[in-house]
Structure formats: structure tokens, C-alpha cells
Design a protein around this ligand. Structure first.
Ligand SMILES: NCc1[nH]cc(CCC(=O)O)c1CC(=O)O
Length: 314
């Protein structure tokens, strides 16, 4: 390929940083010229709560439109922002090796969750994080929040909140792990399906480019892990902002790699949680997720996710 590959990115610091890192990898491994192209999304312009804009899918659709219009050749997304359904004309060419998928606490005075006094204010815009914080029974006051990473960290430095919960991967990519006061164990808080992973998309018709991206950038273990996690969301028919957490890990067994999957669905106030785990061969990652979610539905997970309270909240 001789022409320059145009790589679409949102304009936020996190998006530009992760797209820039992928652009460098593409240039190096595919031996092509690359150019970053800013694509503004509705989610970046509006300060309205995300659910009123159609969820985190708003970040994704503008980049996909730019791909389909031919304005860019490659799009880089945070994988957890991708809707679980397939997109017409778009190929998920590569899922690179994942960052640490866990959530972190950034709190005043170096405090951990267990050290925050009763009544401490923790800010998060995510029903998944809010419900799991409530479920810990620490008497925390959970308040809403949205905005880029700097805005969120500002809640703590300004004293508006005692702590905020964020994805570790986001802080890692922009080199701000110094502010983390606790990396939260998945036993206490399961991350969002796909958290910490990136998705590299191209037009489905660009089959040569798709094959090159896959060969040079895809990590089959990460791809299988996020397939299992996203199968949980899909089977539960839950959106990206639902109070659902899932984490798959790949374990090398004598017969080959296996997927080990844990998931939780919660009432928004954390008063009920349905928790399950399942495992199976790597090649059956999606089935492992489907099976696990089917078990959660038998235990009543649909009611939690579709409760009127949840519809109001997010
Ligand atoms: N919710 C928005 C979002 N989408 C992707 C990331 C960065 C981390 C990742 O790639 O999973 C974040 C920030 C956050 O959740 O703190």
C-alpha cells in the first residue's frame, strides 16, 4: 500500500493518545504512512447525561460514519464503548493486547475504599460502579459525574468529592497512574465488559487492510476474553451503561487455553446482586458468556436490568 492510511480519532486527550499509539504501531508494523484525523462526536460536544444521547454508542457512531463515508480508513475505539450488535459494513479488524481491566479509586489524602469514612462522597457516572459501591455497604454517598478524565480528577482536587472511580487503563494511557490511591479488586468491583481493551475497525470491504491489521495487531486471547464478556451483555440484552460487570481471564490448561469468566448484575442501589462464573475452551468464548448469562437470567437478572429505577437512572 502506498497511500497514507487515515486513522480516525475523537479529539479528547485519552482518545488522541490511544489512537496515536495505535497509529504508531500501524506505521511500524504495516510499513505505511499514517495520519490522525479528528472526528467530533455528539458525546464530545454535549454535556447532557450520556443516556439521553443514546449511551456511549454516540462516541462510536460518528467514527463509523467517517469510515463508511471514506473520510478515514481506520477507527480506534475503547472497546467497552462499542454496542454489542454487529455494524453493517464495518469489520472489527483487531483487538490488541489489553491493558489492566480493573477500576481504580482516586481519593483525597491517599485513602482507599476501606479507609473512606462513612458518608464520604464518591463520584461516578456509571450505574455499574455506583451499584457495586453501594453493595460494599460502606455507607458511601454516590453522586453522578461525567466529563473527561481531567474533569473527573478535578472533583477530588477541588474537594467536591472525596473520591472518584475510573478505569485504570484510561489513566495508564495518559500517564496519570500517579493519582491512583487503590486498584479495586474485581471481587469488589467487576469491570465493564471490554474495559481496558481497544477495538480497531475498518471498512468490511477493505479485506486486505483487515487481514493486515489482524495479523499485525490482534491478540487472540484478548479477543476471546472480550467476546465472552460482551456475550454476557448481549444475552442479558443490557446496554453499555447497565449495572453489569464481567471479567474474563485466559488460563493455560493442559488441553489448551481456557476462558474463565465472572459476571454480576445488580440492582441500582446494590441491594441485590446476581453473581456467576463459568469456564470453557478459548474457541467457545462466546458460548461461555451466553451460558453464564442464561444462568443469570434464570436467577432474575432481567428484572434488575429492566427495573423502572434503572430506566430513570441510566
Ligand atoms: N466510560 C468512558 C470510557 N471509555 C473508555 C475509557 C477508558 C478505559 C478503557 O479503555 O476501558 C473510559 C473512561 C473510564 O471509564 O474511566
Amino acid at each position: 500500500m502506498t497511500q497514507t492510511l487515515r486513522i480516525g480519532t475523537r479529539a479528547s486527550l485519552l482518545a488522541r493518545t490511544q489512537s496515536g499509539q495505535i497509529a504508531d504501531l500501524i506505521a511500524e508494523r504495516l510499513g505505511v504512512e499514517v495520519e490522525l484525523v479528528d472526528v467530533t462526536t455528539e458525546g464530545d460536544i454535549s454535556r447532557a447525561p450520556l443516556h439521553t444521547l443514546g449511551g456511549t454508542g454516540v462516541f462510536v457512531s460518528a467514527l463509523r460514519d467517517a469510515l463508511l463515508d471514506g473520510r478515514v480508513d481506520v477507527a480506534v475505539h475503547s472497546l467497552k464503548d462499542l454496542p454489542t450488535g454487529a455494524a453493517e459494513g464495518i469489520a472489527l479488524a483487531a483487538v490488541p493486547p489489553r491493558e489492566d481491566p480493573r477500576d481504580v479509586l482516586v481519593a483525597r489524602d491517599g485513602l482507599t475504599l476501606g479507609e473512606l469514612p462513612v458518608g464520604s462522597v464518591v463520584a461516578t457516572g456509571s450505574p455499574r460502579r455506583a451499584s457495586q459501591l453501594h453493595a460494599l455497604g460502606l455507607g458511601l454517598e454516590i453522586v453522578g459525574l461525567r466529563g473527561n478524565i481531567d474533569t473527573r480528577l478535578g472533583k477530588v482536587t477541588s474537594g467536591a468529592a472525596d473520591g472518584v472511580v475510573l478505569a485504570r487503563a484510561g489513566l495508564s494511557r495518559i500517564n496519570r497512574l500517579d493519582v491512583v490511591t487503590e486498584t479495586i479488586d474485581p471481587i469488589q468491583m467487576l469491570p465493564a465488559p471490554g474495559q481496558g481493551a481497544l477495538a480497531i475497525e475498518c471498512r468490511a470491504e477493505d479485506t486486505t487492510l483487515e487481514a493486515q491489521l489482524r495479523e499485525h495487531l490482534d491478540d487472540p486471547f484478548t479477543r476471546a476474553a472480550v467476546e465472552a464478556e460482551r456475550a454476557v451483555l448481549r444475552t442479558l440484552e443490557a446496554g453499555c451503561s447497565a449495572p453489569v460487570g464481567a471479567l474474563a481471564e485466559i488460563v493455560e490448561e493442559a488441553d489448551g487455553p481456557e476462558v474463565w469468566l465472572r459476571a454480576v448484575a445488580l440492582a441500582p442501589d446494590g441491594s441485590v446482586d446476581i453473581r456467576r462464573s463459568a469456564s470453557g475452551p478459548l474457541a467457545e468464548a462466546a458460548e461461555v458468556g451466553n451460558r453464564l448469562a442464561a444462568g443469570m437470567l434464570e436467577e432474575g437478572a432481567a428484572e434488575l436490568i429492566d427495573s423502572p429505577a434503572r430506566r430513570q437512572q441510566s
